[in-house]
Design a protein around this ligand. Structure first.
Ligand code: SF4
Ligand code: SF4
Length: 254
């Protein structure tokens, strides 16, 4: 019951949000996934990401489920970010507005669920990582993977059925909802049969290689965009490896 209700809540909210005059960004229909707080993969995340990664129970006492959603950017935003070394202004606007949308949407979901007597812990879309190590306290993309929203690409981003160009939000709740099945197959063409390395070719500074990823180099590219767009709040963005590639706006194996 909650599942359909939450999917409807998210869909309606995003639709109305992009109708606001002050909002320039357009999103395609969101994807929503659910995970059990008991999923063993949360423990394994501590090994993959680091011991500082939180468990659902660390965020909310009595955590039972996690809700995650992917907000896919519309085509025009994806296309705008193809040319040049720096992120496009449209991409930066989309990044900023989506972060705000995630904040507002989380508050909306929380308020709705609170009225039904449920407890909710929201997590910020950005900034929840340790800057020195660039290790996340709560990795939305890994949580979204656990909740069945997609599989990881060579570019380290989650590839969903609507691609990888977009942003992810997640919340922890105190009620059980049936977990979403994780995909049985890889979505990344490199992982399927080695037939694609387009994201590597698109990386602006060589941080992304076929067999290596320099997260500090990648962060440098994001900081450099922050300098270029200092008048827009110095957003730490790049996203060049997620555009003009087979997994930008779709699952490339389908
Ligand atoms: S561009 Fe190709 S190799 Fe890179 S993540 Fe997408 S499908 Fe995988
Ligand atoms: S986000 Fe930018 S710097 Fe980082 S891997 Fe992708 S293209 Fe390279």
């Amino acid at each position: 019951m909650f599942k359909e209700r939450i999917e409807g809540l998210i869909d309606d909210y995003v639709n109305k949000y992009q109708g606001r005059r002050s909002v320039m960004t357009k999103w395609r229909k969101p994807l929503v996934g659910f995970a059990s707080a008991e999923d063993q993969l949360f423990e394994e995340l501590k090994e993959v990401i680091g011991p500082s990664h939180a468990l659902p129970e660390d965020l909310l006492a009595g955590a039972r489920s996690i809700i995650t959603y992917f907000l896919p950017f519309e085509e025009a935003i994806i296309e705008s970010n193809i040319k040049g070394e720096n992120s496009s202004k449209k991409w930066v606007v989309a990044y900023r507005e989506t972060n705000q949308l995630i904040h507002d949407l989380n508050q909306h979901i929380k308020a709705e669920l609170n009225t039904l007597g449920q407890e909710v812990k929201t997590v910020s879309a950005t900034g929840n990582f340790f800057e020195d190590e660039l290790i996340s306290e709560w990795s939305h993309k890994h949580v979204a993977y656990i909740a069945g929203l997609g599989t990881f690409g060579l570019h380290k981003m989650l590839i969903t059925s609507k691609g990888s160009a977009g942003r992810i939000g997640s919340l922890v709740v105190d009620f059980e909802s049936p977990p979403t099945d994780r995909p049985e197959e890889e979505y990344c063409l490199y992982k399927v049969d080695g037939s694609c390395t387009q994201c590597v070719a698109r990386c602006v500074n060589g941080s992304l290689q076929e067999n290596a990823f320099d997260r500090h180099g990648c962060y440098d590219a994001c900081l450099s965009n922050g300098e270029v767009y200092s008048d827009m709040g110095s957003p730490e963005v790049c996203g060049k490896c997620t555009v003009n590639v087979p997994c930008s706006d779709r699952n490339p194996i389908r």
